[in-house]
Design a protein around this ligand. Structure first.
Ligand code: NAG
Ligand code: NAG
Ligand code: NAG
Ligand code: ZN
Length: 544
């Protein structure tokens, strides 16, 4: 047998040697194949294990007002309406790791402001607090600390960008209703300067005044300033309609910073959304993800992005199950798209999704008779309905034709709601009602009762909410489970992200002490007004 290795022995042209060479090469090729396929076989999180880079992306999802019952409701609705098997679950369902307790420092039932501050500052504060602690002192947020460490940052929502959840990451005010001031902070008008690189959502109204109708028709800033014009002069790209949004080319034609304000108030519920006018949450989310990916391509730091399914909460406040299931599905699609992105990304990426609280006290059951309750609920009632109660109420209020009875019965009940077993009393009641809130209650009540869906409140509840997570690296996945598996406090979610990104929130807190955060009114009187009556755009009366 040959003792010398092929390396030390010069190759001869003898048949035996070339056979050995061939065998060696074959073995080498096979070994390489085995190694490569082993590597491919490994989950994508191991593919780039040899890279030393500590570059990270964190994408934090908030499903505002989505409790566990919303998931049961949506899953069954989807299975019914698409004729899917009972094994067919939501994408989100496949990533459930735990649940979160949601109380604020002031109440067992939190509002979205305290809920979001628990995530952004990793501390408990009072209902209404936006990025401030219980003593009303500004607290450094994840977004600010990430930006100061060289990360890019973004906010994507379907409600006003100045609403509680995005605001708690990007501003500091004593009360959530200070939305004019929130808009200023978000554009960089506070001690840290501009911390947000990208904002996509609604809420244009707080960026310009009513008499200044250049960018919209329903501006409401009290100080008369036009922050949109100021932002553009400051170098922001501005997008204010679908056509301009489409020119962003899914995020591949974005010049940061980007301010995309797609509506004066909320982006319509997904069930009502005209896609020629408004992008979906998925489109908004992927535009943001792609833009931030492009922007951080050559950087050692990745990005922090907040994506909120904001209006699940509004459907809950309005007790509208038909709108809610479509909101949850739209969110699930956005989550699925971002999940696909993360699973293919070379950059270590973490997705966490949770809710600030549950809204509506939703139950997938309702006793509708005095007899022993039936064990049923009917998803077909929700799929027969083609609009939200909010949309239908506005149609009714705007109606100026001759035959309103016919409009209520043939158009609203039969055509748009798929309800044929209505009574004369139903029609009369709708003809009599004049406020959008009462109309909405009546219409949504007709749906909920027929579907046998129950609601216990027009507000929030204290029920625990779910935590979902994904990481494209195995060790990060274990770290996620170590910290967020099981039942946690909402602040643990914020603390995990701060620790994971190695952020020093206290240091940021020291830097923002001089932030203007108090309202220009006598705050003593605030304890007597209902500061939780914050969904001032809940029924969007101005849009009538
Ligand atoms: C629903 O799916 C079942 C099983 O896949 C099939 O047999 C049935 O025809 C489908 N029904 C409709 C209305 O598509
Ligand atoms: C890219 O954006 C610029 C404005 O920033 C716009 O003029 C251009 O039309 C966009 N390109 C495409 C292909 O939409
Ligand atoms: C509607 O208003 C009329 C006149 O005010 C009243 O007679 C009737 O009882 C009302 N109907 C309902 C269902 O409230
Ligand atoms: Zn709410």
């Amino acid at each position: 047998m040959e003792k010398q290795s092929l390396v030390t022995k010069p190759l001869k042209t003898s048949r035996r040697t070339s056979r050995k060479v061939a065998h060696f090469l074959l073995a080498f090729v096979l070994l390489t194949c085995v190694l490569l396929s082993f590597d491919t076989f490994q989950e994508s999180w191991n593919q780039s294990w040899w890279r030393k880079s500590s570059k990270k992306n964190v994408i934090f999802f908030v499903t505002d007002g989505m409790g566990p019952a919303s998931l049961s409701l949506t899953r069954s609705f989807r299975q019914f309406s698409q004729n899917l098997s009972r094994d067919d679950i939501l994408v989100l369902d496949q990533h459930l790791i735990g649940s979160s307790r949601t109380m604020s420092s002031s109440s067992l039932i939190t509002d979205s402001a305290a809920g979001a501050t628990a995530f952004s500052c990793a501390l408990k504060s009072y209902n209404g607090a936006i990025g401030v602690d219980p003593e009303k002192q500004p607290c450094g947020t994840l977004l600010e600390a990430a930006k100061l460490r060289g990360y890019h940052t973004g906010l994507v929502v379907t409600t006003r960008i100045t609403d509680a959840t995005p605001a708690a990451f990007s501003s500091h005010v004593d009360y959530r209703f200070q939305e004019d001031l929130i808009a200023q902070h978000q554009l960089g008008d506070y001690p840290l300067g501009r911390m947000v690189d990208l904002m996509i959502g609604g809420g244009r109204t707080h960026f310009y005044a009513s008499e200044d109708a250049v960018y919209g028709t329903r501006g409401s800033r009290a100080d008369g300033r036009n922050l949109i014009k100021e932002a553009i002069d400051d170098g922001w790209s501005y997008v204010g309609n679908r056509q301009e949004f489409d020119a962003l080319e899914n995020g591949y034609n974005v010049s940061l910073p980007l301010l995309a304000l797609m509506a004066d108030y909320d982006i319509p519920f997904d069930v009502d959304r005209d896609e020629t006018e408004y992008p979906s949450l998925e489109e908004q989310a992927m535009t943001a993800v792609n833009a931030l990916t492009q922007a951080t391509k050559d950087s050692d730091q990745g990005f922090f992005l907040l994506i909120e399914g904001s209006r699940i909460d509004h459907a809950g406040h309005q007790n509208d199950p038909a709108a809610q299931v479509r909101e949850v599905l739209a969110f699930d699609k956005a989550f699925e798209a971002v999940l696909k992105y993360a699973s293919e990304s070379e950059v270590e990426t973490v997705l966490i999704s949770t809710s600030d609280h549950e809204t509506g006290g939703l139950v997938t059951a309702k006793q509708v008779s005095k007899a022993y309750p039936e064990y049923v609920w009917y998803p077909q009632v929700l799929s027969a309905t083609h609009h939200s109660g909010e949309y239908l109420s506005k149609l009714l209020l705007r109606f100026s034709g001759e035959d309103k009875v016919d409009f209520v019965e043939k158009t609203i009940f039969e055509k748009l709601m798929g309800i044929f077993d209505y009574t004369k009393e139903d029609t009369d009641e709708l003809l009599n009602l004049t406020s959008i809130g009462e109309l909405n209650d009546k219409l949504n009540g007709m749906i909920s009762t027929r579907a046998q869906i129950g609601w216990t409140t027009h507000g929030h509840s204290a029920v625990d909410v779910n935590i979902y997570a994904y990481a494209n690296r195995q060790k990060t996945w274990y770290r996620l489970l170590d910290n967020l598996q099981g039942n946690r406090e909402n602040t643990d979610v914020g603390q995990f992200m701060a620790d994971y990104l190695e952020l020093d929130l206290q240091k940021v807190t020291q830097m923002i002490k001089k932030t203007k955060h108090s309202p220009n009114i006598n705050t003593a009187s605030l304890y007597h007004v209902d500061i939780d009556d914050y969904h001032n755009g809940m029924y969007d009366e101005q849009a009538l």
